[in-house]
Design a protein. Structure first.
Lengths: 146, 108
């Protein structure tokens, strides 16, 4: 059952990368995650948003749609969508070290998302855009004050 | 985001601080490359103890510097990576390219 959610739309400017990951991690903090879990979520969101900026919109300006849901009892589901150029071959794009831009990009974006989240799903259509849905279960800790 | 450079003999140390993502990587890269071009070190040390966040853009930065240093026959060390940054470095297998130190809460 979904017990909370939010959504926002951002322009694909690189200065919004830190805003996007900070916002999603602040929302996730309602589940009382550990520092490591928060860092994992921040990193995965940063990768997905950077993909929209660098690949989907090819450093031009477009919209990035971000939403997140808290699903009882302790899961966060994050959706990051663009209306950019899309990915021709999704399995290939998800291979570690694969990059279409070369240079200073390591080609590890999807590898990081898959390693830091419990599940990552990618839907993409050339010319239409890409949607990434990822989720993570937060460990449940018992608070002293109940 | 800032980069502080320290030169001792043939060693250039770059103290990186702030958040290292696709947005900030370019400026950090330029500051490091300028220091390397000027001093032609035999060892470049990238100190990550002041970095609070890093995604795979940081891996791109490390790999790019490694390639440049390799051409000049110089070495690369990564120091003081906090646990969250050490985790990304290990995932990328950076220890195969550079001596990697860190992973502890105090960054040692």
């Amino acid at each position: 059952m979904v017990n909370n959610s939010f959504s926002m739309t951002l322009l694909s400017r690189s200065s919004n990368e830190s805003f996007a990951r900070a916002t999603v991690s602040a929302f996730a903090s309602q589940l009382d995650p550990t520092l490591e879990e928060i860092s994992d979520i921040k990193t995965a969101v940063s990768e997905a948003v950077t993909n929209c900026i660098v690949h989907a919109y090819n450093s031009g300006i477009g919209k990035i749609y971000i939403s997140a849901e808290l699903i009882e009892p302790n899961t966060i589901k994050i959706k990051i969508r663009d209306r950019g150029k899309g990915i021709e071959n999704v399995p290939k794009a998800m291979e570690p070290l694969f990059t279409t831009v070369g240079g200073e990009r390591a080609g590890l974006g999807f590898a990081v998302m898959m390693s830091f989240m419990d599940s990552v799903k990618v839907r993409s259509k050339v010319g239409k855009g890409t949607t990434i849905i990822m989720s993570k279960k937060i460990s449940q800790r018992f608070s002293v004050n109940g | 985001m800032s980069v502080e450079i320290n030169v001792t003999g043939e060693v250039v140390t770059a103290y990186l601080s702030g958040e290292l993502d696709h947005h900030s990587a370019k400026q950090m890269r330029e500051a490091i490359d300028t220091a390397v071009e000027l001093n032609m070190p035999s060892l470049l040390v990238l100190d990550f103890s002041g970095i609070s966040f890093m995604d795979s853009s940081g891996i791109g930065l490390v790999m790019g510097r490694y390639r440049n240093l390799q051409k000049a026959g110089a070495e690369l060390h990564i120091n003081g990576a906090p646990p969250n940054i050490y985790k990304v470095m290990k995932l990328a297998g950076i220890e195969k390219l550079a001596k990697l130190e860190g992973g502890k809460t105090d960054g040692k």
